[in-house]
Each structure stands twice: as structure tokens, then as C-alpha cells.
Ligand binder design. Structure first.
Ligand code: ADP
Ligand code: MG
Length: 481
């Protein structure tokens, strides 16, 4: 933070995150819920709110909202209902949005994030279901605005946190974690650029030690994690500057300008809006049975937090390894597959978090190119000392990917990758190295034992990675001690 006075203050942040559910149809009609269709293609009389039409609740959307609630440790409100939220918007043809208010589908809950300072649970206030509005387009024609109703009526969940975050870092990590979760359980594609996940950030400032909340501003529609962070950073500084100048902070709705990372006011909001919520009379209230909830819970994949714990407690992996393996579902699934073939968890974690991840940075690469049983075989060959790790990762792995029909053992033979355990041959290399570096040998004998790494490394080079380092080390020890 640039402001000198910033240490006196504490920022308070609450987020409202909208996630578009990846159901086939809209929340209350059979119109397609698809991004990128030609304008007004997915629009029926229900989407257009013609008089006399009746909405019907999409079962899948309810199921997805419950799944997300379970994944976020929420209480599921078995009895919940939709409500009308009245406001006029040209792209909201009914004149109200069907949302949830008094009783949302999920209450409370938390999402765990890991900051530089350690782990924190970010408390949720609730998760509710609502329909999205259409889209007004103002830049096609000088005199007219265009409206595309494709998005109108598509299903959203809104995840609302308590005002419990205190930095742009925390907010960014929270959205990152949410995006991971929706993708993990496959209820939303998490694509922020296409607006499948968007975030409103509420920010206020107070003196440290103060318990009352300050006046908040709300920055709307942040469509990347970077923008979430930048908007919050900018607002914190702007508001601290105002306080330092003893100017009043107005409750405002603001927008983010990504071209210069600033925000600007779009409306003042002195009093709470009166949306005149009332229960939606055209839709029956939801009454979710215990069986229904249990069934959804049982069908949920293992969640990242569960696997993160399991990998440390049951497989004895480090926190780092566990975090890496659970960073994406694709990776966790792959790890689970590979360990069907070997119980050498640590070796597999090293392989996935090392050479395999490096390959994954290459856009052409897909995990399918390394069948799980083959990676297990490669790891075992290395563990047995038959091929060195460096040859296995630089030569064997690429060869396996190049031809998945050839057996791993055949490739080892064809490429002559077997480590040399032949002591006579190894002794020759050891002698060459000792003769090459008399100075280092002297230093070693005087006590600089760390030089062993250098000696063994030289033999590795001479042997093109084929010398078994364990045997080489003991040969050096015999010669030097
Ligand atoms: P509104 O009615 O304006 O939408 P809510 O009370 O429903 O406000 O809260 C919306 C979001 O704003 C929540 O995420 C909440 O945590 C956050 N929030 C509310 N008050 C503050 C505040 N003073 N500072 C920061 N965040 C706040
Ligand atoms: Mg709000």
C-alpha cells in the first residue's frame, strides 16, 4: 500500500460471486443454457415473460446448488423457496428477477484458503439460486440499444461471504478456490472471461481495533482474479486517502476500469434498495427430502480438502505434495489412477509434481499420453535403481509418450538406459575422476565432505547418467577414506 497512514486502518471485504450453472437448459424453461449462440436464439415465451406463461423449476439446477452447498460446508435448507426481486431493467423482461431471499437454498458454510500467513476459513453468509438477466448492447448502433435475451433466465448461484476478508490477496485466493471447487464438482465451467464466474467486491475501511463496519462501496462485475485484486487494492487506497483528508466516504456502486486499474462511481446508494421481495406465487416451494440430500452427497466426488488431508495422513506426503496433487481435479484423478498400480506414493507424487507437470505446461500435452500403468512402471524402475531418475525423466518418459504400445522395459533395453552396476566399469570412471581433480581430492581429505556430490556428478556425466550413484558413492568412499 502506498499510503503512509495505511497501517492505522483495516480493510474489510465481503464478496458476492455469481456462478453460472452448467445445466443444459435455463432455470425455469427448456430454452438452451449456452454461451455464444447467435443473439436471441435461446428465447421462448417464458424467457420473454409473455402473459399467461408459467415457469417450471429445473431439477438439475437445484441439484447443482446443493452440491456446491455441500462442497462449501453449508447447511442445506431443506425447505426453501424462490422470491421475486423487483427492479426495472430493459433486459429483464418480467420486471422482476426470480431469486431467493428470506430462505436461500444453502446457509452458512466456509471455504478454506491458504495465505502467506497460513490457513483461513472464509465464512459464507449463504448461497442462493437466481436467474440471470439478458444483455443490453449499446455499441452496435448510434441511436438504438440492442437486447440479447439468450442469457435471460440462465441459472446462477450467488455465493455471498461474510465481511471477513482483509486484503486483496485473501479475496483473490478465495475466488481462486471457489473456481477450483465449481470445476471440481462440475457445476460451472468457471470461465471468468465468458462471465461464467463474476464477482462483486464490497469494501470498507475502519481504524484497527474498531468493531463497527465502515461505509462500504461495491465494485461490480469483476471478471478475472487479477481484476478482483486490482479493484480491491485501488479501493483500499482511495478510501484511506479520503479518511486521511477527513472526507466522507459515500456508499456507492462502482465499476472497474481494467485499462488503468482504477474504479469509478456508477451510482450512489444512500439507502438500502427496496426490492419488494415476495415469495414467487408461480413456483411451488422446494422441500428437499433427506434421501435426496444423502444421495447427492454420496455421488459427490472426493473433495480437494478431503484428498489434501488423506494424502498427508494416509500416504505420508508433504503438505506441498498434497497441495500440488489437489490443485486440479484432473491431476488428483490421475494420481488416484497411478496408485492403483504401485503403493510408492512419494515417488508418484514426485513424478507428477515434477516431470509430468512440466509437460502439462505444454499446450500440446494431455495426461492421456502417459497411461497410469506406464508412469507407475517408470517410477518402479527408478526406485529399483535400474534406470537413473535423470535418464528416466529425460529419455524414458518422452519415449513412452512417443509410442505407448512399446513396453517400458523394451524401451529401457532399446535405449540402453539400464544403470551400470558393474563395479569394474564403475571403478574405471571413479579413477578417471580422481585423477582429473587432485586439488578437490585433497580438500575432501581435509574434511570438505560436501565434494562427494561433485565427484559422483562427474561420474554421472562420464557414464551419460548410467552409473548407479549409490555404488559410485561407496566406491569413492573406499578410495578416499
Ligand atoms: P447489500 O444489501 O448492499 O447487498 P449485504 O448486507 O447483503 O449488502 O451484503 C452484501 C455483501 O457485502 C456481503 O458479502 C457482505 O459480507 C458485504 N458487506 C456488507 N457490509 C459490508 C461492509 N461494511 N464492508 C465490507 N463488506 C460488507
Ligand atoms: Mg450486493
Amino acid at each position: 500500500m502506498g499510503n503512509k497512514a495505511s497501517h492505522k486502518y483495516e480493510a474489510v471485504i465481503g464478496l458476492e460471486v455469481h456462478a453460472r450453472l452448467s445445466t443444459k437448459s435455463k432455470l425455469f424453461s427448456s430454452d438452451a443454457n449456452a454461451y455464444g449462440a447467435a443473439p436471441n436464439e435461446n428465447v421462448s415465451v417464458i424467457t420473454l415473460a409473455h402473459p399467461g406463461t408459467l415457469p417450471k423449476t429445473n431439477k438439475k439446477a437445484i441439484e447443482y446448488a446443493v452440491m456446491m452447498g455441500i462442497a462449501c460446508n453449508c447447511t442445506i435448507n431443506r425447505k426453501n423457496y424462490f422470491a421475486r426481486k423487483h427492479y426495472f431493467y430493459p433486459d429483464l423482461p418480467k420486471g422482476f428477477q426470480t431469486s431467493q431471499h428470506t430462505v436461500p437454498i444453502c446457509g452458512n458454510g466456509f471455504v478454506t484458503i491458504k495465505t502467506a500467513a497460513g490457513k483461513r476459513n472464509i465464512q459464507l453468509h449463504h448461497i442462493h439460486l437466481e436467474e440471470d438477466a439478458g444483455k443490453s448492447i449499446h455499441d452496435i448502433d448510434e441511436n438504438y440499444s440492442y437486447i440479447d435475451y439468450n442469457r435471460a433466465g440462465t441459472p446462477l448461484i450467488e455465493i455471498v461471504t461474510e465481511p471477513c476478508m482483509h486484503s486483496a490477496e485473501e479475496a483473490g485466493l478465495f475466488v481462486t478456490e471457489l473456481r477450483k471447487l465449481v470445476r471440481w464438482i462440475n457445476v460451472c465451467d468457471g470461465n471468468m472471461e465468458e462471465g461464467s464466474l463474476r464477482c462483486d467486491a464490497n469494501i470498507s475501511i475502519r481504524l484497527k481495533g474498531e468493531t463497527k463496519l465502515g461505509t462500504k462501496v461495491e465494485v461490480k462485475n469483476l471478471n478475472s482474479i487479477r481484476n478482483v485484486r486490482k479493484a480491491i487494492e485501488f479501493e483500499i487506497e482511495r478510501m484511506i486517502d479520503l479518511l486521511e483528508k477527513e472526507e466522507k466516504i459515500f456508499q456507492q456502486t462502482r465499476s472497474f476500469d481494467a485499462t488503468n486499474d482504477t474504479t469509478f462511481a456508477i451510482r450512489e446508494k444512500e439507502e438500502a434498495n427496496d426490492y419488494r421481495y415476495f415469495p414467487e406465487p408461480d413456483l411451488p416451494p422446494l422441500n428437499l427430502s433427506d434421501d435426496y440430500l444423502i444421495n447427492i452427497k454420496n455421488n459427490l466426488p472426493a473433495l480437494p480438502q478431503q484428498l489434501y488431508k488423506k494424502y498427508q495422513l494416509e500416504f505420508d506426503l508433504t503438505e506441498y505434495d498434497a497441495a500440488q496433487l489437489t490443485s486440479e481435479k484432473e491431476i488428483a484423478d490421475y494420481f488416484e489412477k497411478v496408485i492403483q498400480y504401485t503403493k510408492n506414493y512419494k515417488a508418484i507424487a514426485n513424478w507428477i509434481n515434477g516431470p509430468v507437470k512440466q509437460l502439462m505446461n505444454d499446450e500440446q500435452f494431455s495426461l492421456e499420453y502417459i497411461p497410469a500403468d506406464k508412469l507407475a512402471a517408470i517410477a518402479e524402475i527408478v526406485e529399483k535403481g535400474e534406470v537413473s531418475f535423470s535418464n528416466a525423466s529425460s529419455k524414458l518418459l518422452p519415449a513412452v509418450i512417443a509410442d505407448i504400445n512399446e513396453s517400458v522395459y523394451d524401451i529401457v533395453q532399446r535405449l540402453h538406459l539400464t544403470q551400470t552396476k558393474n563395479t569394474d566399469e564403475l571403478k574405471e570412471w571413479v579413477t578417471v575422476v580422481l585423477n582429473k581433480m587432485p586439488d578437490k581430492v585433497l580438500e575432501y581429505k581435509k574434511g570438505k565432505k560436501g565434494l562427494m556430490g561433485l565427484f559422483v556428478g562427474e561420474v554421472k556425466k562420464l557414464s551419460k547418467g548410467k552409473a548407479d550413484p549409490k555404488i559410485v558413492t561407496s566406491l569413492f568412499e573406499q578410495e578416499l577414506n
